[in-house]
Design a protein around this ligand. Structure first.
Ligand SMILES: O=C(O)C1=C[C@@H](OP(=O)(O)O)[C@@H](O)[C@H](O)C1
Ligand SMILES: C=C(OP(=O)(O)O)C(=O)O
Length: 444
């Protein structure tokens, strides 16, 4: 599959709901007694894996219409033993957050996943959850398949995060819900705070203090959650693809409505603006405790910059598409501090460096980042070798990044597999088509 254009990208679109918030809405709804209503839920494969797992542990989850769901929860402490293995598909967030939930329930669960997920490290959650009393047996290196047994009552924990990971933070917080006393997490580098916001929204007692060591998050355990009505904002990590598409295709003018602009997620917008991207935030508002705006994006000449490592957590899923923007910029873009990209759905530094090289972009791969020499707004060379394709490695973000790159290239850029796109952005292709892109070379 590859995308092409016959003119500028134009129009207004709304991208699906935020993946991180959708997972959390289902999980917390499943722990509240009564009915939680959710609108704007992302219906991507990753979130559907979370829904299936929560059903397997006793919650009643109903889809009423597109994005409109209800959850009848079992109460904190009320999760049931699943009768079969929990299949997490491609989703790291589902796996790690559910491990947290199970850690303080008296149940045993087995997690399985696809080839990509089965390569990803779970030790980062096994370590703190073991300190809380859960026990684990896993494939070598703390990988899936993994079986765990929770402990009730679990042992409250004070833990400093050794990696900047919202998944690890959230796993401990979710375990802390059914744990007596205070669960404390110290986060030296801030990461997305959707769990903190939503736990407060569901009525948990959770406080956040800024300390010299970082953010100190305290959750009072044995919480009682009250059902909520949740409106999920559009996913900034999905919006990233049409944003960069509009910036690189000459003449484009695209509006993307209802995008979450939580500061712990908005790093890409800042970085693209610093590169010269014409992105304006319109109609800022708060929806369901999260800041939201409409974004207007117009084609812009971009210039390469040194991206500060400190911005990494606030755009950790956006680097693959940033690298495509960098390939179009005038001059060199340097990124550092991105070791975490090596343990996502694929090793995103190697996957992107290999793909960029294949489409004629000069790139240097370092242990913790890429240096990319841009083409100053000219179309990228594309794949000149007949029949060659970009390998997507079961990684939705690699697939969408090269689909966007193909919009402004001399030769087509064909990806080997578009199926991973459904994990986070099921209507990516129709939305890009509504802006004026065309799908060609359907080889998959
Ligand atoms: O908490 C979350 O919802 C997520 C946290 C991030 O992972 P890490 O916690 O591994 O950084 C991100 O990459 C992932 O897509 C979603
Ligand atoms: C890393 C990602 O997701 P997960 O960790 O949930 O698989 C992602 O969506 O880019």
């Amino acid at each position: 599959m590859s995308l092409t254009i016959t003119g500028p990208l134009r129009g207004s679109i709304t991208v699906p709901g935020d993946k991180s918030i959708s997972h959390r809405a289902l999980m917390l709804g499943a722990l509240a007694v009564g009915e939680t209503r959710i609108t704007g839920l992302l219906e991507g494969e990753d979130v559907l894996a979370t829904a299936a797992a929560m059903r397997a542990m006793g919650a009643t989850i109903t889809r009423h219409a597109s994005g409109s769901w209800s959850v009848h929860g079992v109460g904190v402490g009320g999760l049931l033993q699943p009768q079969t293995a929990l299949d997490m598909g491609n989703s790291g967030t589902s796996t790690r957050l559910l491990m947290g939930l199970i850690a303080s329930h008296p149940i045993t669960a087995t997690f399985i996943g696809d080839a990509s997920l089965s390569r990803r490290p779970m030790g980062r959650v096994i370590d703190p959850l073991s300190l809380m009393g859960a026990s684990f047996s896993s494939a070598p290196g703390g990988r899936l398949p993994l079986t765990m047994t929770g402990l009730t009552p679990a042992v409250p924990l004070e833990y400093t995060l050794p990696v900047a990971s919202a998944q690890v933070k959230s796993a401990i917080l979710l375990a802390g819900l059914n744990t007596p006393g205070h669960t404390v997490i110290i986060e030296p580098i801030p990461t997305r705070d959707h769990s903190e916001r939503m736990l407060q929204g569901f009525g948990a007692t959770l406080t956040v203090e800024e300390t010299p060591q970082g953010r100190r998050i305290t959750l009072v355990g044995e919480a009682e959650l009250k059902p909520q009505t949740i409106t999920v904002p559009g996913d900034p990590s999905s919006a990233a693809f049409p944003i960069v598409a509009a910036l690189i295709v000459p003449g484009s003018d695209v509006t993307i409505t209802n995008i979450g602009i939580n500061p712990t997620r908005a790093g890409l917008i800042e970085v693209l603006q610093a590169m010269g991207g014409d992105i304006t935030l319109q109609n800022p508002r708060t929806i369901g405790g999260e800041p939201v705006a409409d974004l207007r994006v117009r084609h812009s000449p971009l210039k390469g910059i040194d991206v500060p490592a400190s911005v990494a957590p606030s755009m950790i899923d956006e680097f693959s598409i940033l690298f495509i923007a960098a390939a179009h910029a005038q001059g060199t873009t340097r990124t550092t501090g991105l070791e975490e990209l090596r343990v996502k759905e694929s090793d995103r530094l190697t996957a992107m460096a290999t793909g960029l090289t294949a489409i004629g972009v000069s790139v240097e791969e370092h242990e913790d980042g890429l240096t990319i020499h841009g083409h100053a707004g000219d179309p990228l060379p594309g794949i000149t070798q007949p029949g060659a394709t970009i390998t997507t490695h079961l990684d939705h973000r690699i697939a969408m990044s090269f689909a966007v790159a193909s919009l402004h290239a001399k030769a087509p850029i064909t990806i080997d597999d578009r199926t991973p796109i459904t994990t986070s952005f099921p209507n990516f292709l129709p939305l890009m088509q509504s802006l004026g892109a065309h799908e060609t070379h359907a080889t998959d």
